[in-house]
Unconditional design. Structure first.
Length: 55
């Protein structure tokens, strides 16, 4: 039972550590991630705002 408790505690510590690392260092918005001159992130270029049926 002691080994199970230690394994459970280690899993919790690892999960919390991974959460802190991923959110703090690797968490970026799409605007920051895809910030390149060739990428257009505006409302006009979304599927919802395109007119696929024509005029």
């Amino acid at each position: 039972m002691k080994a199970f408790g230690m394994a459970l505690a280690a899993a919790v510590v690892l999960a919390i550590g991974a959460s802190v690392i991923l959110e703090g260092t690797l968490g970026r918005t799409a605007d920051e991630t895809y910030a390149a001159p060739s990428v257009r992130l505006s409302e006009d270029n979304t599927v919802q705002h395109r007119n696929f049926m024509g005029h």
